[in-house]
Design a protein around this ligand. Structure first.
Ligand code: HEM
Ligand code: HEM
Length: 247
C-alpha cells in the first residue's frame, strides 16, 4: 500500500494512479491509498444519515397518522413523541448542516465538492461522460476518481443539497407557526408565504421533499454498494476510514 497523503494528485481523475500497468508482481498487488474524507465529513455523513432516517419515519407518520388509540390521548402521547422526534432530529440536522457548510471553507478540497459543480472544467465534463458510460455498462472498466465522481457530485447536489436546504427552510417555517406570530423565527421564515399559497402548500411540498430525498437515498445506496463491489476503488470503507484505496 502506498501512502500518498503528502501530495495527492491535483487532478480529480485518478487515471494516472492505475496500478494495473505496473510491471512487477509486487507492484501489481500493491494498492494506492489517498486520504480523502476528513473526520468531520465522515462524522457529518453518518450523523446526518441517522437524523434523516428519524425525520423520514416520523415525518411519514405526521403526514399519515396511525389510527386513533383508545383511551386518553395524553396517556400514550403517541403523536406527541412522534412530533418531538421529528423536531429534535430536524434541529440537529440544521446545526449539522451549518457545521458542514463551515467545514466546506475550512476543510480540504474534497470537503467543498458537495457544494461546487466545476462545470467549467473540461476534465470534469469528460469524467462525467466516462462515468455515465460506466453506469450504462458501455465501458468495461470503471473510471477512477479521488473525490466524488462527477455524476455522484451532480446527484448529491440536486438530489440532496438543494432538497435538504428546502426541507430545512420549510420545516423551520412550519415549526415557527407553532411558535406564533412575532417570534423571531416566524419573522425570519414568513417569506416562504410569498412563494407558497398558505401553510397547507408548505406542508405538501415539505412532504414531497421527503420523497425526493428517499429517491436520492435509493440511488445513493445502489451506487455506493455497486461501486464498492465492481469498481476498482474503495467506496463505503472510504466514508468510514477516510482513505480511498485503488485496486
Ligand atoms: C440517509 C441516508 C444517506 C444520506 C442522506 C447520504 C448522503 C450523502 C452525502 C450528502 C454524501 C456526500 C458527502 C460529502 O461530500 O460531504 C455522501 C457520501 C457517501 N455516502 Fe452517503 N448518505 C446516506 C447513507 C449512506 C449509506 C447507508 C452508505 C453506505 C452503506 C453511504 C455511503 C456513502 C459513501 C461511500 C459516500 C462517498 C461517496 C464517494 O466517495 O464518492 N451513504 N452521502
Ligand atoms: C430530510 C428532512 C425532513 C423530512 C424527510 C421531513 C418530513 C416531514 C413530513 C413528511 C412531514 C409531514 C408533512 C405533512 O404531510 O403535513 C413533516 C412535517 C413537519 N416537519 Fe419535517 N421533514 C424534514 C426536515 C424538517 C426540519 C429540518 C424541520 C425543522 C426543524 C421540520 C419540521 C417539521 C414540522 C414543524 C412539521 C409539521 C408538524 C405538524 O404539523 O405536526 N422538518 N416533515
Amino acid at each position: 500500500m502506498t501512502d500518498t497523503t503528502q501530495s495527492p494528485t491535483p487532478s480529480t481523475s485518478a487515471q494516472s494512479l492505475d496500478v494495473f500497468s505496473s510491471s512487477t508482481k509486487e507492484e501489481q498487488q500493491s494498492q494506492i491509498a489517498i486520504y480523502v474524507y476528513q473526520s468531520p465529513i465522515r462524522a457529518w455523513h453518518w450523523l446526518n444519515m441517522f437524523c434523516i432516517i428519524v425525520l423520514c419515519i416520523s415525518g411519514y407518520f405526521i403526514g399519515s397518522p396511525p389510527p386513533t388509540l383508545s383511551g386518553e390521548a395524553s396517556d400514550h402521547y403517541l403523536m406527541g413523541y412522534t412530533r418531538f422526534a421529528h423536531f429534535a432530529a430536524g434541529q440537529i440536522m440544521v446545526y449539522l448542516f451549518l457545521g458542514r457548510i463551515f467545514f466546506a471553507f475550512t476543510g480540504n478540497k474534497y470537503a467543498r465538492e458537495l457544494f461546487l459543480l466545476p462545470v467549467h472544467s473540461q476534465e470534469w465534463r469528460n469524467g462525467f461522460l466516462e462515468q455515465i458510460k460506466w453506469y450504462c455498462f458501455a465501458n468495461n472498466q470503471a473510471p477512477q476518481f479521488v473525490g466524488h465522481n462527477p455524476v455522484a457530485q451532480c446527484i448529491m447536489f440536486f438530489g440532496f443539497v438543494l432538497p435538504a436546504i428546502f426541507m430545512i427552510v420549510s420545516g423551520l417555517a412550519l415549526y415557527a407557526e407553532g411558535l406564533g406570530m412575532g417570534h423571531w423565527l416566524y419573522n425570519v421564515t414568513d417569506f416562504m408565504l410569498l412563494f407558497f399559497d398558505g401553510t397547507m402548500a408548505i406542508h405538501t411540498y415539505h412532504h414531497l421533499g421527503m420523497w425526493v430525498i428517499i429517491c436520492f437515498i435509493m440511488l445513493h445506496l445502489y451506487a455506493a454498494f455497486r461501486e464498492e463491489l465492481v469498481s476498482r476503488q474503495s467506496m463505503i470503507s472510504t466514508m468510514i476510514s477516510g482513505w480511498r484505496m485503488f485496486k
